[in-house]
Design a protein around this ligand. Structure first.
Ligand code: AMP
Length: 577
């Protein structure tokens, strides 16, 4: 049975597998490698994943969700039509869809995966990711830090050569910065940092808001659908700016009709804060590693947002290094996860490759604060950037006379006070009654290469207690019962994915156009629906091509105010395909 590697991204996800001496990317039902990490619930209750769901973000925002990776491990709930989902449940639909694509591609069942996560993901977010995989019928073989995956995907260094590489991974929702050392066949991450609230989507929002400001529109008064449309246009223009400039951003949506010329210089001016925020984690990794930036050999820039020339030149100037060329920004992490899946499957070609990771955050327990008794202090046991696997011990004494038990609360984070860090869980252990300070408890934290964390406490008479943080806050029975419920929700049939994408796109265009254009979009949708009822594959494929061509033209019209409205689309719905 194959093990696949999965890059579960904020914006896009993809899977890869090690086969025939190389890593292969796995195409989805539409033949694309990138599957947008978007979920939408159809009127009949079936679940749409990917590009079609992304189209519905604009036309059916109340039934669709994106960006939920940012909320992994939080209590946030998403209301999609009549359903309520947690972020990990939404992620499980993406994983299920990737698993089905892989099974189709490989012709065998897939039940195990290496899943990449941002290095900066906290314990709760890692547990939520594992839970998402469980809900998708996948056992996680390893949670792999995304920068390690990116580094593994690259060239291996020659014998006796040593390289210090900075991986700048800038995606749709998060920024991860890591220093990675390559030496012979060993890849080791030496320091990581990041910003979990900085990504391409922040640029989309900043562009949309600046657009409103300059065009005299009030962002706060726009409807969710209008905002969705504006964000869609902002993203389209941002991506266009990566290959040409200037770009005309124009929005015609109901009573809104405005346009503005965008340039790189405008982007730098309007998103100055976002650019400055990018450098903070870069500084931090050098500080943490105790290495000056001048020691850096290579700069690897991955993640969709690293395609922005403004981002590349900003970071290149900051580090005085040009990023490595020919490094696929969108697929490097999935390739690395695929290679790691090959290592897990003990492929003999990969047996020599060693991948070491680090613990990206500090783990500790609370202790009494003598000077401010109300504010418990954090006592670190495993420090940030410790190489995995690691096992460290701290010794703590009782604080009260005749104390009969100790309560050990475990936290994660870099702050001095526990209240400012993330609470992970607690253990209780009894201690023999004695004067304060006479009894001690030894607390051992173990963090293995798969990111599994275990805490153990032992008292002076050898009694012990353990806490294993595995699958977060759900019991096995709860996971099983939720799995049964989710399995009842069917993913939209894979065979119809391409057709559904066309209709979803048409529905989005219908919702953002008016007048003659809207009328024609509606006609095409009706016509396409009629072609599908013929069940003639050739006829449907032709119809799909024609409708796509028509929608491309409408899209062009929407981006270019000079294009004549409703004319020149060169499409006659009556015409036989
Ligand atoms: P990822 O999470 O790595 O898939 O990155 C997705 C983000 O990259 C989204 O915010 C996209 O808008 C952005 N993106 C993808 N391609 C480009 C491009 N050519 N130029 C600018 N941003 C891009």
């Amino acid at each position: 049975m194959a093990i696949i590697g999965i890059d579960l991204g904020t914006t896009n996800s993809l899977a890869a597998v090690w086969r025939n001496h190389r890593v292969e990317l796995i195409p989805n039902a539409a033949g694309e490698y990138l599957t947008p990490s978007v979920v939408s619930v159809e009127d009949d209750g079936s679940i749409l994943v990917g590009q079609a769901a992304k189209e519905r973000l604009v036309s059916h925002p109340e039934r669709s969700a994106a960006g939920f990776k940012r909320d992994m491990g939080t209590g946030r709930r998403f209301h999609l039509g009549e359903h309520v989902f947690s972020p990990e449940e939404l992620s499980s639909f993406i994983l299920r869809s990737l698993r089905e694509d892989a099974e189709r591609y490989l012709g065998e069942a897939v039940t195990e995966a290496v899943v990449s996560v941002p290095a900066y993901f906290a314990e709760g977010q890692r547990a939520a990711t594992k839970r998402a995989a469980t809900l998708a019928g996948l056992r996680v073989e390893r949670l792999l830090n995304e920068p390690s995956a990116a580094a593994v995907a690259g060239e291996r260094v020659r014998d006796d050569e040593q390289k210090l590489v900075l991986v700048f991974d800038f995606g749709g929702g998060t920024l991860d910065v890591s220093l990675v050392e390559l030496f012979e066949n060993v890849v080791s991450v030496t320091a990581v940092s990041g910003d979990v609230h900085l990504g391409g989507r922040d640029f989309d929002t900043a562009i949309a808001r600046a657009f409103c400001q300059e065009c005299g529109l009030d962002w706060t008064r726009l409807s969710p659908r209008q905002r969705g449309n504006l964000l869609h246009q902002a993203e389209t223009c941002k991506v266009a700016l990566s290959s040409r400039e200037p770009v005309l951003m124009s929005v015609m949506d109901g009573e809104i009709s405005a346009s503005l010329i965008l340039t790189s210089e405008w982007l730098l001016r309007k998103c100055g804060t976002l650019f400055r925020r990018m450098t903070a984690p870069v500084r931090k990794v050098f500080l943490d590693a105790g290495t000056p930036p001048s020691e850096l050999d290579d700069l690897i820039m991955v993640g969709g947002s690293s395609r922005m020339p403004t981002v590349r030149s900003y970071i290149a100037r900051f580090l005085k290094r040009e990023p490595l060329k020919n490094y696929p920004p969108d697929t490097a992490i999935a390739r690395g996860a695929g290679i790691c899946a090959g290592m897990k499957a003990y492929d003999k070609e990969l047996r020599d490759l060693i991948l070491t990771d680090i613990c990206p955050f500090t783990l500790g327990v609370d202790v009494i604060n003598q000077s401010e008794p109300g504010r418990l202090l954090m006592s670190p046991i495993i420090e940030r950037n410790s190489v995995l696997p690691t096992s460290r011990m701290g010794v703590y004494s009782t604080t009260r006379d005749n104390q009969d038990k100790v309560e050990i609360r475990i936290y994660q984070g870099e702050n001095r006070y526990c209240a400012d860090n993330t609470y992970l869980g607690k253990m209780e252990l009894s201690v023999p009654p004695a004067p304060a300070g006479e009894q001690s408890v030894r607390i051992r934290f173990t963090y293995d290469v798969n990111g599994l964390f275990e805490a153990e406490a032992v008292n002076d008479v050898g009694e012990r207690t353990r806490l294993l943080l595995r699958d977060g806050d759900m019991t096995e029975e709860e996971v099983r019962s939720r799995l049964r419920e989710l399995e009842k929700l069917k993913l939209h049939p894979r065979e119809q994915a391409a057709n559904r994408e066309v209709t979803a796109r048409g529905e989005r265009l219908y919702s953002v156009t008016v007048g003659q254009t809207r009328y024609q979009v509606g006609q095409i949708l009706d016509w396409f629906q009629a072609q599908m009822t013929t069940q003639d594959p050739l006829r449907i494929a032709n119809a799909r091509r024609k409708a796509t061509h028509f929608f491309d033209q409408v899209e062009r019209y929407l981006q270019d105010a000079d294009f004549p409205e409703g004319e020149g689309y060169g499409f006659d719905p009556e015409e036989e395909p």
